[in-house]
Design a protein around this ligand. Structure first.
Ligand code: FES
Length: 107
């Protein structure tokens, strides 16, 4: 299992355990974590799965994929260099312990 910690905008933390191939978005939805909506189901058509990868994990999650940059322009909250679409972060063994921060709002 791969542990992911979601840190809400108010600082509260929720841990979840996913499997290889889950995405940070799908895991959040399956675990009922507030703060990730994932309206388009992961097809990079919405930006309601925006998250900020914790500084310590930027290397493990890698760069944004093609198309993510454009979609992030329609994110509801501020976008920074650690912004990702969580539906595009597929869990790998190297991401065990991953921490992502959730934006103030998604819509
Ligand atoms: S779920 Fe829609 S872009 Fe990620």
């Amino acid at each position: 299992m791969i542990k992911v910690t979601y840190v809400a905008h108010d600082g509260s933390r929720t841990d979840a355990e996913g499997e290889l191939g889950d995405t940070v978005m799908s895991l959040a939805i399956n675990q009922g974590i507030d703060g990730i909506i994932g309206e388009c189901g992961g097809s990079m058509m919405c930006a309601t799965c925006h998250c900020y990868v914790d500084e310590a994990w930027v290397g493990a999650t890698g760069p944004r994929l093609d198309g993510e940059e454009d979609m992030l322009e329609s994110a509801a909250s501020e976008v920074n260099e650690r912004s990702r679409l969580s539906c595009q972060i597929k869990l790998t063994e190297e991401m065990d312990g991953l921490v992502v921060h959730l934006p103030e709002e998604q819509v």
